[in-house]
Design a protein around this ligand. Sequence first.
Ligand code: MG
Length: 385
Amino acid sequence: MTTTRIAHIEAIPLRVPRPLAPHMGHAVQPNERGYLIDPDNGTIYPADDRALLIRIDCEDGTVGWGETYGIVAAGAVRELVDDVIAPWLRGRDPLDVQRIWESLYNMMRVRGYTTGFWLDALAGVDIALWDLCGKRLGQPVHKLLGGAARTTIPAYITNIQGADENARLDFIAAQHAAGYRAFKVHASTAFDAVALIHRMRERHADIEIMLDLHWCHTAAEAIAIAKRIEPCGIAFLEAPVRVEDVDGLARVAAGTSIPIAVGEEWRTVFDAHLRLKTGAVAVVQPEMGRTGITQFMRICQLAELHHARIAPHATIGFGVFMAASLQASAAVESLTRHEVQNHMFPRYLPLFDTTMSCAAGAYSLTTEPGLGITPKPALFEHRLP
Ligand code: MG
């Protein structure tokens, strides 16, 4: 095989309007830039669907696709790609993907490199480079990562829809009938998550139930909530304390029998190391849109060293980083379930050429070279200037 060189790198912001739906049970109006603040966790979100794709072209015509979770201030990520990454990356061999990650990470060492927009950009570029590696070698990415431990990946539902508790229970019953056996409740001030969980357990003895606390609590508060749902048999309690409260994680873990899950906000294995070494983390939730494949795999490897389970997070994406997450997840030995953004995942699949799917409670794994996903021209009708 001859070597090919990277010729062109492009960051492509996409935006698709959607009807304004109640956000986590609240009626929230977006500001003039189209953002709203989630009343439950204080985080900014776009009110429409946004994505930032990364396209990398090689001299031989091979195209790699990536996507980053740069849905707020996407222009910042695009500027980093155009101004910093593209001039450095041109002329390099995509098969040097992990060397490239190390160099780019080190390049911004004194410029705020450990999180945020820079690592959003790196994640998208890294995914596109792995896609190129697979296409160049004629293999699906999971083969490059050592092979698939499974050909289907169990999924859990994260977006329990319904205007009230009974409607949410009806939604769960419908998904249960469709083959799903795991559901995550998002704590909200708009409804009683504890009451919902108790009724879920009354109705379904055979489901896994998780609760996401969105980093909102002190350790003592989180333990008090955990105690109220322990009798329901909870698969994991997610993000119980603030991201910065590493010691609090350990206190929560010591104060409840429910396994503690964290990791969706991590960008690198260094973030993982700080938490895993406390012994508090039972379930690790890497988010491909923030880590890229290189760091996703390193986080999973460190988690396995600490005998933690892995349940990848699936944030709001159009599909490329989901395809990357499934390729990587297939290669992870200690994986339990992968989240599915059930309200969004099916919406954008028709805009890609892919056999990726999620049905009857599980994702199917693609076997085409690379990530197994290519945007259709119709996707770019949503491109921002
Ligand atoms: Mg979460």
